[in-house]
Write a new protein. Structure first.
Length: 134
């Protein structure tokens, strides 16, 4: 920019330099706040993926950030226990959908879906054995 007034130029230069010096700290605080808000939101099914997309990093980098900030992140399947999702899966499963159809419909990994339905089968068998006399 062009200015003839030295005082104005110096003031502008100093304010710009200050903003540049504070930029790293400000962006770091914003990034931490973004990570914490997404990871604490129970309605987000894949929080690591969401954080990675939002701040433009890889999953490994996001996990390292979570470790540094001591924030719990989801298991290897990329999801945490979400009762709403589990109920929807079990409803579809009981209606006769197979696991692959449910995985496509719910946009989940097949392994995550299998673990939910296997656990449900075990619970059903346990309940039936308690109810039915030998």
């Amino acid at each position: 920019f062009k200015t003839d007034n030295k005082r104005t130029f110096t003031r502008k230069k100093n304010s710009t330099a200050k903003k540049l010096l504070e930029y790293k700290d400000r962006k770091l605080k914003e990034t931490i706040k973004t990570i914490q808000s997404i990871m604490n939101d129970k309605n987000i099914l894949h929080p690591l993926k969401e954080v990675s997309n939002k701040i433009g990093t890889s999953m490994a980098t996001t996990k390292r950030w979570c470790d540094k900030l001591e924030i719990e992140y989801p298991d290897k399947h990329g999801t945490r226990y979400n009762p709403r999702i589990h109920k929807e899966i079990l409803k579809l499963w009981e209606l006769g959908y197979n696991r692959r159809e449910i995985a496509k419909k719910m946009e989940l990994t097949f392994s995550m879906l299998s673990s939910i339905t296997k656990q449900h089968k075990i619970e059903l068998q346990r309940l039936r054995s308690e109810i039915e006399p030998n």
